[in-house]
Design a binder for this molecule. Structure first.
Ligand code: BEZ
Ligand code: FE
Length: 283
């Protein structure tokens, strides 16, 4: 066996990629190997540190199940989901489409389809009520009817329903369809800032780096309409103290909204208007 020379070691590992690798696998793995090796060289990674990193990945896996995705959490702490979101969603640069924001680990498919204006509160905790409404439009300004908008948020205790056995199934989640004018509306609770789960490896990262775990108050949106790019985004409370230090780096100025006192006679305390602009698939 030929002795491995440090000068050519990285090229040797990259050169071991076989002819059957797809072009994309070759591109990604070549860059990954190069960056991993450069990283280890730059920080002069020690054997105990290397073993701790492997153990860290094992613990991420052990802590994850269908209700908790520690891999997403850990990557979020590094800003990776937000970076990929920016790299992969350049629609807003090309037109007037609404900015995207990270999906995060707490999305659930198949939340209840509710009537226009219905409440996503299914029980449990007290909170301040809010009416959220707006229109879904194409970049040409035309309304998008029959768009499906899924929304989700934490309860006032900072927990999503799947994290909290005290909350009813699908509490604070729902889906709404836009009407022919592109209008949607729902009732919810004014969101609060909450900490991402920090009792596992992601929390260890935060602690090591002397960072707090909080996300600014937000409501998640996932908008799907035939003929348009899917939009995954969040609206953020413009008055939140954590806007500039989101633990997962997902805030975009264009996504901050004002929670205004609702008009007299309204049945909620707060009112938020948020229009959503979608990019057509061919655009
Ligand atoms: C969320 O907003 O639900 C979230 C996003 C990233 C990491 C943790 C939570
Ligand atoms: Fe969230």
């Amino acid at each position: 066996m030929a002795e491995l020379s440090m000068a050519t070691f990285t090229d040797t590992v990259i050169g071991a990629i076989g002819p059957g690798a797809t072009p994309r696998v070759r591109t990604v793995m070549t860059a990954l190997i190069r960056h991993l090796h450069d990283f280890a060289r730059e920080v002069k990674l020690t054997t105990p540190e290397y073993r701790a990193a492997c153990d860290f990945i094992v613990r991420i896996g052990r802590m994850s199940d269908d209700k908790r995705n520690e891999a997403v959490l850990a990557s979020d702490v590094f800003g990776l989901e937000s970076l990929v979101d920016v790299l992969d969603h350049h629609h807003a640069e090309r037109g007037a489409a609404t900015d995207s924001a990270v999906l995060g680990p707490f999305w659930r498919e198949h939340s209840p389809l509710l009537d226009h204006g219905a409440s996503i509160v299914r029980g449990g905790q007290e909170g301040e009520s809010v009416f959220v409404c707006g229109r879904v439009l194409g970049v040409n300004g035309r309304p998008v009817g029959n768009a499906r908008i899924a929304v989700w948020e934490t309860a006032p205790n900072g927990l999503y329903e799947q994290q909290d056995p005290e909350q009813p199934d699908f509490n604070l989640r729902g889906q709404f369809c836009t009407d022919a004018e592109g209008r949607y509306a729902f009732r919810a609770l004014r969101p609060i800032a909450y900490p991402i789960p920090f009792d596992g490896p992601a929390g260890e990262l935060l602690q090591m780096m002397d960072r707090h775990p909080f996300r600014p108050a937000h409501i998640h949106f996932r908008v799907r309409a035939p003929g348009y790019h899917e939009l995954v985004t969040q609206i953020f409370d413009r008055d939140d103290r954590y806007l500039a230090s989101d633990s997962v780096f997902a805030v975009k100025d264009s996504l901050t909204v004002e929670f205004r006192p609702a008009p007299a006679g309204a049945d909620t305390r707060w009112h938020v208007a948020f229009d959503i602009v979608l990019e057509p698939l061919a655009g």
